[in-house]
Write a protein that binds this ligand. Structure first.
Ligand code: SF4
Length: 470
């Protein structure tokens, strides 16, 4: 049994407390838990027949649906990149890709049905805006003719933006096509850092695009930033943060750069001696966290800062924030259809991933079959652990009563084996354990991944493949 006496001296502070020694202690490799089990556990025992069965029996006609479309192409190679992408300027690649997306979309629509309302749509990459205006329009029309796209204001239709590939006019087109959320890949605004990662984009252009996005009434603007990049230090990062905060994005994701060149060959182009030391990275994380909190942002966990009036912050406060492969969400549809090379679907209790190899992806579709490559069906044990991990990752607490109501077993009995680890974390002020359940403290938000990892039964075999938690 876990000690359920609430600690008297550990009242939750109201402001995120950044404790460098604790952050250093908990800096290990671990997943971001956009799914549980994580994608590293997907395997080939999950077959096309499994995937088709799940599509055929998924949700009712009235259940909402989420769609993710992966556009793998990029014009230039960013040296830090760990994504599944194809760097090319070859003409004709997009035509071939769109033709195959059309086959996949038709096959999927036939199985899952065309009537479910698509409340969430996300275009990711690669670079979705690699497609030109006519191609983006064609793709939206293709989706609209096979699925029930949502015209409701509350829909979450988002697209990742590489600022080097869009103009204000292109943003107007995206708004017209139904997108209402933009996610800008900023990373860093310092020229030397940008040169070191082979991604030079001018701040004036970002300022212009954000102004246009506001004029076209996009509901939400997010920025992605990275710390730990080559030639980055506290001085350059401070300037980047000043540039970013001046533009008041609704959401900011601040990711840690993990240098894993053996796994991500693009990173071999980065000079190791240009990388900041572990101490410098810790100082940068401290600087960024403090600066963003001082500027009024709230740290909701898992690398994400949001403005206090952002719906993610409000939803987390009310205890029903959710999370999937696209990140945090306020109203997650029960099923996610992943379309495109390497895309991941979450249908019922299964995960299925399309082939990561574009030739194989084309070959399967040319043969008239869905291009599924691997996946898994969640066991009951997986579902119990997934519930705890997602509650912690999203809402920063697990209610013992809600757990018992859902699974007919006591939270403490089920997880008696992790008692000591949790007690250690309680000693460190990261969690509070009491009769109501497990609560992440304000200090503990920075170590959210570490707390989730306590409940991950697959971790030891795969830890080396994940990025650092902090
Ligand atoms: S970081 Fe994004 S834009 Fe850069 S190469 Fe990778 S996928 Fe393409």
């Amino acid at each position: 049994m876990v000690n359920i006496e609430p600690p008297t001296s550990q009242a939750t502070p109201t402001v995120l407390a950044f404790d460098p020694s604790l952050v250093a202690k908990y800096s290990i490799q671990g997943p971001r838990y956009t799914s549980y089990p994580t994608a590293l556990l997907f395997n080939e025992q999950f077959t096309l027949a499994n995937y088709e069965h799940h599509l055929d029996t998924a949700g009712t006609d009235s259940a909402p649906l989420s769609i993710y479309v992966h556009i793998p192409f990029c014009r230039w190679l960013c040296y830090y990149c760990g994504c599944n992408k194809v760097v090319t300027k070859r003409r004709g690649v997009t035509r071939q890709y769109l033709d195959h997306l059309a086959i996949e979309i038709a096959l999927l629509s036939k199985r899952i049905g065309a009537s479910r309302q698509v409340t969430q749509l996300h275009f990711g990459g690669g670079t979705p805006t690699y497609l030109d205006d006519a191609e983006l329009t064609e793709l939206i029309h293709l989706l609209a003719s096979h699925f029930n796209l949502d015209a409701n204001q509350e829909r979450e239709y988002s697209i990742e933006i590489d600022p080097r590939t869009v103009s204000p006019d292109r943003l107007a087109l995206l708004r017209g096509l139904g997108f209402n959320r933009l996610s800008f890949g900023i990373q860093d605004t310092d020229l030397q850092v940008q040169q070191a990662i082979n991604r030079v984009q001018h701040t004036e252009q970002i300022v212009e695009l954000v102004g246009a996005a506001r004029a076209y009434r996009f509901n939400s603007i997010s920025f992605d930033l990275i710390y730990g990049l080559p030639r980055q230090n506290c001085t350059t990062l401070k300037h980047t943060l000043d540039d970013v905060i001046a533009l008041l994005p609704d959401r900011i994701a601040l990711y840690h750069y993990s240098h894993l060149p053996a796994r991500f060959p693009a990173q071999k182009a980065i000079e190791r001696h240009h990388l900041p030391s572990a101490g410098e990275k810790l100082a940068m994380l401290s600087l960024a966290t403090t600066r963003l909190i001082d500027a009024g942002y709230i740290y909701i966990g898992m690398d994400h800062f949001v403005r206090p009036d952002d719906e993610l912050a409000l939803c987390q406060k009310e205890g029903h924030l959710q999370r999937n492969f696209q990140g945090y969400s306020i109203t997650l549809a029960p099923d996610v259809l992943g379309i495109g090379v390497s895309a991941i679907s979450a249908i019922g209790d299964s995960y299925g991933q399309n082939s990561r190899d574009i030739s194989d992806y084309y070959k399967k579709l040319d043969a008239g079959q869905l291009p599924i490559d691997k996946g898994l069906i969640k066991s009951t044990e997986d579902q119990i652990r997934a519930y705890v991990i997602m509650q912690l990752a999203c809402n920063l607490r697990v209610s013992a009563q809600a757990f018992t109501d859902k699974f007919s077993i006591s939270l403490w009995e089920k997880f008696a084996d992790v008692q000591l680890k949790l007690e250690d974390m309680q000693q460190d002020g990261i969690v509070i354990i009491d009769h109501e359940g497990i609560t992440i403290t304000e200090t503990g938000r920075m170590m959210l991944r570490n707390v989730c990892m306590v409940f991950d039964q697959y971790l030891n075999a795969h830890t080396q493949s994940y990025s650092k938690t902090i």
